[in-house]
Design a protein around this ligand. Structure first.
Ligand code: EPU
Length: 419
């Protein structure tokens, strides 16, 4: 198993190109199941999660061609049951349920288990399908949804944690081919939901309100093939902003959408960094003095849970006391014990971290069992004294395209080694 070895103490400067969004590309690729005509999706990042999704689509019967970020898919004749072996590797495979149900009238997918960031139920997805007229059955570890004809309905996707991103995607993908009008109340407002809606609209769907809490979908008889470019990955961009804040002099992010990053840029400015956004570029430089922060994760447009761990790596060496509360996945703290092994002073109280900044972390062998937690450890290693070995690197490869090469391009010294 590969590991990443970070030699701390090298300053970052220069520019880095941000890739297409993983969390947009996954449901968009699944949405190609909604038409028998060919679709072309560009700016698809080269990640293992994307590879899993393309394998699921192939096994469902799609013709898939991929060349340097462009994926061509034709779902002419497809099956309705996704293969367990692949589905179990990636929770996002649950987002084939909606398009399969919409197009085929039935879908079977292994029920995703809990994962390291928490319980992760799909009750809201299923509640949405039921409201559209589907029968839902769970047997032998599979969830089966069945509805020879879906009917538009008013559906609330609100939960105590806010809305659900993939649940909104799933219900939207099922509803585009339903009879009549569907209203999703309490929809997720994330840019990735808007990106999916834009692709569906390009395929001939009638959707209004994506990006707000209320999405209105008027069902159409069929969808056609379309071309689409995936939006920039705001979490990869946020991770590079955090890396630059931790160890950078002057770093520029290229091919980003600054509007999607307000909830990350604002706290970094509060923390004392000088940030300028210009068109599709963002630059970050250290200010005179760093300040501690109070952060609360919440659904978009608030501060994202997917940036919590990386910001903890920054706050671990920010003088003063920072307080970070995780409201979306209240158990998402796999980075904490590992950061403590590197010398961080962090106290976990319920779903709140109290972080007392220390002057410097020290390199150590660490491992994390979650994508963002692993990224946070690489970031912590950038300024730590000595060498940080981040094990189980496959977690990072699920969601960051060549993070080691991109950081090295900015001046970091990172090696990838066979463990
Ligand atoms: N929830 C329910 N019932 C449901 C669905 C969700 O209670 O049926 C709860 C979850 O347990 C959680 C909250 O609602 O507490 C939000 O979960 P959500 O459904 O929005 O998460 P998701 O759609 O499964 C996506 C991203 C995650 C990201 C979350 C929140 C993808 C592929 N994944 O997951 O990304 O953390 O939204 O923004 O889009 C990552 O990229 O590292 C990652 C984990």
């Amino acid at each position: 198993m590969d590991k990443i070895v970070v030699h701390g103490g090298h300053r970052l400067s220069g520019s880095v190109k941000i890739s297409g969004s993983k969390n947009s590309a996954l449901p968009i690729l699944a949405a190609t199941l909604l038409t028998s005509e060919p679709c072309t999706i560009s700016r698809v990042p080269d990640l293992s999660d994307i590879h899993y999704m393309l394998t699921i689509l192939s096994e469902l019967g799609c013709e898939v061609e991929r060349a340097s970020g462009v994926v061509k898919i034709r779902a002419e004749k497809i099956l309705s049951q996704a293969p367990y072996d692949i589905v179990r590797k990636m929770r996002a495979s649950v987002c084939v349920l909606g398009p399969l149900l919409g197009r085929q009238g039935e879908a079977t997918v292994s029920l995703p288990g809990g994962c390291v960031i928490g319980d992760r139920p799909i009750d809201l997805h299923l509640r949405g399908f039921e409201a559209l007229g589907a029968a839902v059955r769970v047997t032998g570890g599979d969830v089966k949804v069945l509805a020879p004809k879906l009917r538009g309905a008013t559906i609330s996707l609100r939960s105590k944690f806010g809305s659900t991103v993939l649940g909104t995607d799933n219900v939207m993908m099922a509803a585009v081919l339903a009879d009549g009008v569907t209203i999703i109340d309490g929809a997720a407002e994330e840019p990735e939901v808007v990106d999916l809606a834009n692709f569906l609209i390009a395929m001939g769907a009638k959707i209004e309100g994506a990006g707000t809490r209320k999405i209105i979908i008027e069902g159409v008889k069929e969808l056609h093939g379309a071309e689409h470019e995936v939006i920039p990955d705001r979490i990869e961009a946020g991770t590079f902003l955090a890396a630059a804040a931790i160890a950078g002099d002057h770093v520029r992010l290229l091919r980003v959408n600054p509007l999607h990053l307000k909830a990350v840029i604002d706290p970094l400015v509060d923390a004392g960094f000088l940030i300028e956004a210009n068109g599709n570029e963002i630059s970050i430089r250290p200010g005179v003095k760093r300040r501690p922060l109070k952060l609360d994760t919440l659904p978009y447009p608030a501060f994202p849970t997917d940036m919590q761990a990386q910001m903890c790596a920054l706050l671990a060496t920010t003088e003063g006391i920072s307080v970070v509360t995780e409201n979306v996945f209240p158990h998402r703290f796999m980075h904490v014990a590992e950061l403590k092994r590197m010398g961080a002073d962090i106290d976990l109280q319920g779903a709140t971290l109290v972080i007392k900044g220390v002057p410097q972390l020290s390199g150590a062998p660490v491992m994390a069992s979650d994508l963002r937690a692993s990224a946070a450890l690489v970031l912590a290693g950038l300024q730590a004294d000595g060498v940080t070995e981040v094990n189980r690197v496959y977690h990072i490869d699920r969601g960051y395209e060549s993070i080691d090469e991109k950081l090295n391009g900015l001046g970091a010294q990172i090696e990838r080694m066979k463990a």
